[in-house]
Design a protein around this ligand. Structure first.
Ligand SMILES: Nc1ncnc2c1ncn2[C@@H]1O[C@H](COP(=O)(O)OP(=O)(O)OP(=O)(O)O)[C@@H](O)[C@H]1O
Ligand SMILES: [Mg+2]
Length: 252
C-alpha cells in the first residue's frame, strides 16, 4: 500500500471543554484531492487549523510524509511543505502579478550573495511555469489589486504553489466567484493535483462535483461518511444532517 502524504490520527480538539473535533481521522495520498463538507460548526476549519499547527489537539497525532508534526509550530509546518490559503486573498495589491509570484517563489534562505542582484534564473523559470498553470500569463504586469476576484484567488493559489508547498489546505476557495470562475478554479485545482495534494472545504455542491474527488463528510467534530460524491448524496445520514437541510433551505 502506498504511504499517505498526510495522516490525521484520532485528533481531538477542545475549546473550553467543548470538543470541536472529537477523535477524527483522515488519510490523504500524494497528488490527490479530498473534499471536506459538512454543516456549519462541524469542525472543518478547525481541522485545517490543527493540520497547519494553529490549533493544538488535546489528543491524537498528525503525520506528514511519515513524520510526526503534531507538536510543530505553524512556520515549521509551512517549511515542511503544507500551506493554508484563507478565503480572503493574501496578495500584495500594489505589486504586479509577476512580483507577487516571485516573492512567494524566493528560496527560503537567500544567501548574502544573492542580496540585491534580483531574482535568479531558477526562480524566474519557476514563476513562468506557475504563471502558465494559473492562466495569468497575459496579466503578468497587471497590479494584483486590479485583478478580478477569481483571478486574485488563482494568483494566491499560484503563490502557494510557487512557495514549494506539497499540500494545500483551501477553505472555500470558490466563495464569491461567478459560476465560470468557480468552474475554472475546480479545473485549476485538478490540474495542479498532478503534482500537489489538496484538502478543500466547500459548501457548493456544483463546485464539489467539478473537483471529482473523494468526499469526507464531517458532523459534530466527527467523520460521518467518506466516499464518492454519489455515495455521499445517497447516504441517509448525510441527507439528514446536511444535504437534505440545504434542499429545504433552497425551497424555503
Ligand atoms: N477559537 C475557538 N474558540 C472556541 N470555539 C471555537 C473556536 N474555533 C471554532 N470554535 C467552535 O468549534 C466548532 C467548529 O467550528 P469550525 O469553524 O471548525 O466549523 P466549520 O465546519 O468550519 O463551520 P463553517 O461551515 O461554518 O465554516 C464551532 O462550534 C465553533 O463555534
Ligand atoms: Mg469553516
Amino acid at each position: 500500500m502506498q504511504n499517505a502524504l498526510l495522516s490525521v490520527e484520532n485528533i481531538t480538539v477542545s475549546f473550553d471543554g467543548f470538543n470541536a473535533l472529537d477523535g477524527i481521522s483522515l488519510r490523504l495520498m500524494p497528488t490527490s484531492i479530498r473534499v471536506l463538507i459538512g454543516p456549519n460548526g462541524a469542525g472543518k476549519s478547525t481541522l485545517l487549523d490543527t493540520v497547519i499547527g494553529n490549533v493544538r489537539p488535546t489528543k491524537g497525532r498528525i503525520v506528514f510524509r511519515g513524520e510526526d508534526i503534531t507538536e510543530l509550530n505553524e512556520y515549521k509546518i509551512v517549511r515542511r511543505g503544507i500551506c493554508r490559503k484563507f478565503q480572503a486573498p493574501g496578495i500584495l495589491e500594489n505589486l504586479s502579478v509577476l512580483d507577487n509570484l516571485s516573492l512567494a517563489a524566493r528560496p527560503r534562505r537567500e544567501s548574502w550573495r544573492s542580496f540585491g542582484v534580483g531574482i535568479d534564473s531558477s526562480v524566474r523559470a519557476r514563476v513562468e511555469r506557475v504563471l502558465e498553470r494559473i492562466g495569468l500569463e497575459e496579466k503578468r504586469h497587471t497590479m494584483a489589486g486590479q485583478l478580478s476576484h477569481g483571478q486574485k484567488q488563482w494568483l494566491e493559489i499560484g503563490m502557494v504553489v510557487s512557495s514549494h508547498a506539497d499540500l494545500l489546505l483551501l477553505d472555500e476557495p470558490a466563495a464569491g466567484m461567478s459560476l465560470d470562475e468557480s468552474a475554472q478554479t475546480a479545473e485549476l485545482i485538478r490540474s495542479l493535483a498532478s503534482d500537489h495534494s489538496f484538502l478543500v472545504i466547500d459548501h457548493d455542491m456544483t463546485f464539489v462535483e467539478q473537483l471529482s474527488a473523494p468526499v469526507s463528510v464531517m458532523h459534530m467534530g466527527r467523520m460521518l461518511k467518506e466516499g464518492t460524491l454519489e455515495e455521499i448524496q445517497r447516504d441517509p445520514q448525510v441527507i439528514a444532517v446536511y444535504l437534505g437541510r440545504e434542499k429545504e433551505e433552497a425551497v424555503a
